[in-house]
Design a protein around this ligand. Structure first.
Ligand code: ADP
Ligand code: MG
Length: 708
């Protein structure tokens, strides 16, 4: 008697079944698969082919034309290795015939094929046709031996249709994958649970999940090949949409969870406060600054914590906007934490803010790794007591055990990265201040939707008045002398100059030596009559402070520096920047660096010195910089050149790990998915199943800080 065991349906997601139990996979192969990241049926099926080949229609030998790719089915007449005049060069040759004629196929240096091909076999060959002295030939074609008893119905798997081609990983070949995928699809039940609610599917015009998975790997006859290659076939669209939809649902949930927090307080803005802000302001705000500030203050007035991103190109004047927001918080008796990515920048912010708040009643402090222990304890005590209202520091401010009396606003000057981690830390401490994240990297719209999908965004495109666009030129190193002449003239005109050296991490020591030697060389040999300083990250804090201070006060004419000046440093009289080894920098980074000049009333210049020959990418980068100073345009080009994964440079950057979607290629689909995710979560009929699904799998799927 046979006993039927039934398991609860929910625990039996067939997609989660380990690959080890798949036909054709034993423990050994399962281990191989695991090594390349494939553990379950789902992993396997969600690994898209990288391209497709149409081996659908066999051509008759008589009809073949050179230059094209062709699938030919026929019988092996004879085969064997043919020696050539070159001793190591062997050609394996097959003579093939069909009802219309015969032809040769050759493979170079693959003598083992002698064990595979035999006369009278029926085979299918697929490859490119070349016209040679032997007539038309298929060279190094892919082959299938038809009729093989064990694999029975597999024989039409690799030919006679549009076949998928997979990326080879480890020792998993494309053919092997094709067979495994085929088995996986065969054993998959006809109905699959679908994370996409039916209403979403019909609105977005998406096919069934089961069908989509099958057709991604084995497209139905007649599917246009170019649609497949562009990832626009209905099956691909459906699965990509699914991925985006789940991602966006998680983003929306993360946002809603943040909104559910109550700070239990909100700010008010009175005429008095407006007046006190006006007294602090050294200039009139630009239209974009005013608009951003209005958006920020309106968030601060709400009982939910603000989660806002302020995007503004270098020099657009983010600091003053943040300071105005800080002032509003402090006038409402809340404390403010102002966080910068580096100590130098924290100090700069501190100096700027101290000057602006000189006349006000508020007390502020700088707290960094360099603050002596005693001073630190004092500041911490005053923060806890509430007698210091604003503290400027590095991001460590939220990690250290700093207690505030009433933290109302956290400002995170992020530059390249995002405040996601900082926000998570604050929340973990039970703090729910308003959070303003500032970034100087303009974010292409496509990425903003993902990386910042749970933040409100203010964008400042306008520059403060009186700026001249920076003139940028790229020159090979061989023209160094001309450039030095130019540097000299600038200094004679009273301007100051940066010379930037790259610091590549793997060879930081060597680079540092190069930067140091360059500073000595410039000081002693090239510009002996001028004052030259050196700044890099390994200098002691007090030395850095001194050098930066001297440059800011105009006591140094020329500053040789590593990229530590990249962030936020503000010396309006610096009108020329020479970047050494510009080819080593990323596009966005060069743009950031360049933003250190052009901050005053003078025409400013950026000279990109490069070492020839440039790679094609290197040339594209330098070209983009000489062509535009618009940070948003540069960001778009950077994205095109580098791809979304590298754009922000870090894994913790808030970029999702995507299996099938591509942010650039599929961004319209991402926007649709976002709209649908919001709608689904708003619909009580659909929401709970979706929420459960997302809670269970979101972090693991997308590799981001969680929603649950
Ligand atoms: P970033 O957005 O790169 O952080 P900053 O806040 O450092 O830019 O501002 C760049 C420079 O522009 C600073 O010297 C600042 O004082 C000045 N600035 C900012 N806003 C204005 C404005 N509305 N009018 C004139 N100068 C401004
Ligand atoms: Mg700044």
């Amino acid at each position: 008697m046979c006993q039927v065991i039934s398991l609860p349906a929910s625990s039996l997601d067939p997609l989660q079944s380990p690959l080890q139990y798949l036909k054709g996979v034993g423990p050994r192969r399962a281990a191989d698969l695991l090594r390349v990241g494939l553990a379950t049926i789902e992993d396997l099926l969600y690994r898209f082919p990288i391209r497709y080949e149409d081996r659908g229609s066999f051509q008759t030998i008589a009809a073949l034309r050179p230059g094209n790719a062709a699938s030919v089915a026929g019988e092996v007449v004879s085969c064997g290795v043919r020696p050539t005049r070159r001793p190591r060069f062997k050609i394996f040759e097959v003579l093939l015939r069909d009802g219309t004629g015969s032809m040769r196929a050759v493979w170079f240096n693959q003598p083992f094929l002698a064990d595979i091909f035999h006369p009278r076999q029926r085979v299918i060959l697929y490859g490119k046709l070349e016209l040679t002295s032997h007539g038309l030939q298929l060279q190094n074609p892919q082959y299938e031996i038809l009729k093989s008893d064990e694999e029975g119905d597999d024989e039409t798997l690799h030919t006679g249709r549009i076949v998928p081609v997979y990326e080879k990983t480890g020792n998993l070949t494309t053919k092997m994958q094709r067979v495994l995928v085929h088995h996986a699809l065969e054993q998959l039940p006809t109905e699959l649970a679908d994370p996409l609610p039916p209403a979403v599917r019909s609105r977005a015009n998406l096919i069934d999940r089961r069908q989509a998975l099958a057709e991604i790997h084995f497209p139905a006859a007649g599917t246009p090949l170019d649609e497949l290659q562009r990832f626009r076939a209905p099956a691909q669209r459906r699965v990509i949409f699914e991925e985006f939809f789940l991602f966006q649902a998680g983003m929306v949930l993360r946002r809603r969870r943040a909104d559910a927090d109550r700070k239990g307080r909100s700010v008010q803005v009175t005429d008095e406060i407006r007046e006190s802000a006006r007294r602090v302001l050294p200039f009139r705000l630009t239209g974009d600054q005013k608009k951003a500030l209005a958006e920020i203050v309106s968030d601060m007035k709400r009982p939910q914590p603000m989660n806002r991103l302020l995007q503004g190109d270098v020099g657009s004047g983010k600091t003053i906007v943040a300071l105005m927001a800080a002032l509003v918080a402090m006038e409402n008796d809340f404390q403010v934490a102002f966080m910068a990515p580096t100590e130098i920048l924290a100090e700069q912010h501190f100096i700027t803010i101290r000057k602006l708040l000189e006349q006000s009643r508020f007390r502020l402090a700088l707290l960094t790794g360099a603050t002596p222990a005693r001073k630190r304890r004092e500041i911490q005590a005053e923060l806890a007591a509430g007698s210091i209202q604003l503290v400027v520091g590095t991001h460590a401010l939220v990690q250290d055990p700093v207690a505030f009396r009433e933290l109302g606003l956290a400002i995170i000057d992020e530059q390249h990265r995002f405040g996601v981690m900082q926000r998570a830390t604050l929340r973990a401490k039970g703090l729910h201040p308003d959070v303003l994240v500032m970034t100087a990297t303009p974010i292409p719209r496509t990425l903003a939707l993902t990386a910042y999908g749970d933040l409100d965004t203010s964008v400042m495109r306008e520059m403060p008045p009186g700026r001249h666009p920076i003139k940028t030129i790229a020159k090979p190193e061989s023209r160094r002398d001309e450039i030095y002449e130019f540097v000299r003239r600038q200094m004679d005109d009273g301007r100051q100059v940066y010379v930037i050296y790259p610091l590549v991490e793997e060879s930081a020591k060597v680079d540092l030596k190069a930067a140091t030697e360059m500073a000595d060389h410039l000081a002693q040999d090239v510009f002996p009559a001028y004052r030259v300083g050196l700044l890099h990250g390994r200098l002691k804090q007090d030395v850095k402070d001194r050098v930066m201070g001297e440059f800011a006060r105009g006591e140094l004419h020329l500053l040789v520096s590593t990229t530590v000046v990249e962030v936020g440093v503000d010396v309006p009289n610096a009108a020329l920047m020479v970047v050494e080894h510009a080819e080593r920098f990323g596009l966005s980074q060069l743009h950031q660096l360049r933003g250190r000049v052009g901050r005053g009333p003078h025409q400013s210049y950026c000279v990109l010195l490069y070492q020839s020959p440039l790679t094609e990418q290197g040339r594209d980068r330098l070209k983009a910089l000489t062509e535009t100073t618009d940070g948003f345009e540069i960001a778009e080009r950077d994205l095109q050149l580098r791809g979304p994964g590298d754009f922000f440079g870090t894994r913790q950057s808030g970029m999702p790990t995507l299996r099938v979607g591509d942010l650039l290629r599929d961004h319209q689909l991402m926007e649709d998915a976002r709209r649908e995710a919001v709608a689904a979560l708003d619909d009580p009929q659909q929401a709970s199943a979706l929420v459960a699904f997302v809670r269970n799998s979101w972090e693991q799927r997308f590799g981001l800080v969680g929603v649950g």
